[in-house]
Ligand binder design. Structure first.
Ligand code: AMP
Ligand code: GLY
Length: 423
């Protein structure tokens, strides 16, 4: 089968690595990919958010399956576009329709969905730019602190602000409604603050049934000890030891089952991943957010622990026989450490030469923001590489990732040496 993978980060390198191991994968294209994905398939310079360009390529090359890495093409309707035309309507898309992608594309939509289907989540209200006085008065007089403000639409992971002070909340709300995140913050969700430890559950669904993939925890803050601004994720561990079978039972019964049932009830076409961001408050799970794709860098620890042939899983999704599949998981722990460009998540330089890859041992090094210029590997993004290792437990795995994170070099390299510190 010819497969097209959309995206070009660490998550997509992990997907390419795993897909290319399948006997069913005869040809893998990645759009646009990176030097890491190029080790497992052919990179093609296509913008994954250009539906027409993707569809043309699919038709031209006889692609039978499109695997969507990031959320933007899904929110942008790549599923609907391919389904609409006779030349591409038969192609399996791993990722939901535009309607399903609203679970990530609109925080207000996701909150309403959870409320309608009685899925445990923080209490909330929504406010609109057209009625900003209402929003500001609510924050001045009624809101309990701390309070969480979320831009409704996609904001590259930056649209959530936790405010400790009333004045700060009022100012932030005013800025958001005034277009701080463009049209994404013309609507703002105000949410009750939940205190607890976060983890991520990944579900693959064929629209009827589902399978649960290995659980992970990511480290979102830039600084050691979970300090400083949020990033896309600086490292991950799978499995997080604090998520036991009892907790997973609660997650499955109270969250996963009603989510899948809710999608069906709403007649939403959804064949792909659901990434549920959870928080454990006391001993109870609450949903922080839905994502309609895999996490990055969580994929870099989830896929290395998955023993199944990934293309076989995707074929079962396509044929709606996922219930017949048994997920097989490597009992070992996996960890990943992100090597970032100095300055990230703020401004950072690009084009720094990367060396020392040949000195690494015992890790899988996934490329995230790299580029090859005349045969020289250089940095091209904030998150540059993800160094993944497997071990008897997460500490052993981390020791290997740490050692290899030190061996790889580029100007301004930064990584957190404390991933897993809280476990
Ligand atoms: P989100 O983009 O919705 O995942 O939010 C980003 C981060 O903000 C989450 O990973 C949490 O750390 C934090 N956060 C979001 N909502 C809440 C909440 N209701 N209570 C506490 N922290 C939250
Ligand atoms: N690592 C969090 C995310 O992918 O959204």
């Amino acid at each position: 089968m010819k497969i097209l993978l959309l995206g070009g980060g660490g998550r997509e390198h992990a997907f390419a690595w795993k897909l290319s191991q399948s006997k069913h994968c005869t040809k893998l294209y990645i759009a646009p990919g990176n030097p890491g994905t190029a080790q497992h398939g052919e990179n093609v310079p296509i913008d994954p958010e250009n539906n027409a360009a993707v569809a043309d390529f699919v038709e031209q090359k006889g692609i039978e399956m499109v695997v969507v890495g990031p959320e933007a093409p899904l929110v942008n309707g790549v599923w609907n576009y391919l389904r609409r035309y006779r030349s591409t309507s038969h192609v399996a898309v791993i990722g939901p329709s535009m309607q399903g992608a609203k679970l990530e594309g609109s925080k207000a939509y996701a909150k309403k969905f959870m409320q309608d289907f009685k899925i445990p989540t923080a209490g909330y209200r929504e406010f609109f730019a057209t009625k900003s006085t209402l929003a500001l008065n609510f924050l001045r007089k009624k809101a309990t602190l701390p309070i969480v403000l979320k831009a409704d639409g996609l904001a590259a992971g930056k649209g959530v602000v936790i405010c400790q002070e009333r004045d700060e909340a009022v100012a932030e709300m005013a800025a958001m409604l005034d277009g701080k995140f463009g049209t994404s913050s013309r609507k703002v969700v105000v949410e009750e603050f939940l205190s607890g430890i976060e983890f991520s559950v990944f579900v693959l669904t064929d629209g009827d049934s589902y399978q649960i993939l290995p659980v992970a925890k990511d480290y979102k803050r830039i600084g050691e000890g979970d300090t400083g601004p949020n990033t896309g994720g600086m490292g991950a561990v799978s499995p997080p030891p604090f998520v036991d079978a009892t907790m997973m039972k609660k997650v499955e019964e109270r969250i996963i089952k009603p989510t899948i049932a809710g999608l069906k009830k709403r007649k939403i076409e959804y064949q792909g991943f659901i990434f549920i961001g959870l928080i454990k408050v006391g001993n109870e799970p609450f949903v922080i957010e839905y994502n309609v794709r895999m996490g990055d860098p969580e994929t870099e620890v989830v896929l290395p622990r998955l023993k199944n042939d990934l293309v076989e899983l995707f074929m079962a999704v396509r044929d709606r026989r996922l219930s017949e599949v048994k997920i097989e998981v490597d009992e070992r722990a996996a960890t990943t450490i992100i090597l970032a460009s100095g300055g990230y998540p703020g401004d950072y330089p690009k084009g720094k030469a990367i060396t020392g890859l040949d000195k690494t041992e015992g890790s899988i090094v996934f490329h995230a923001g790299t580029k090859a210029i005349d045969g020289q590997l250089v940095t091209s993004g904030g998150r540059v590489m993800a160094v993944t290792s497997l071990g008897k437990n997460f500490r052993e795995a981390l020791a290997v990732s740490n050692k290899n994170a030190k061996a790889i070099e580029f100007d301004g390299k930064y990584f957190r040496g404390d991933i897993g510190f809280d476990l």
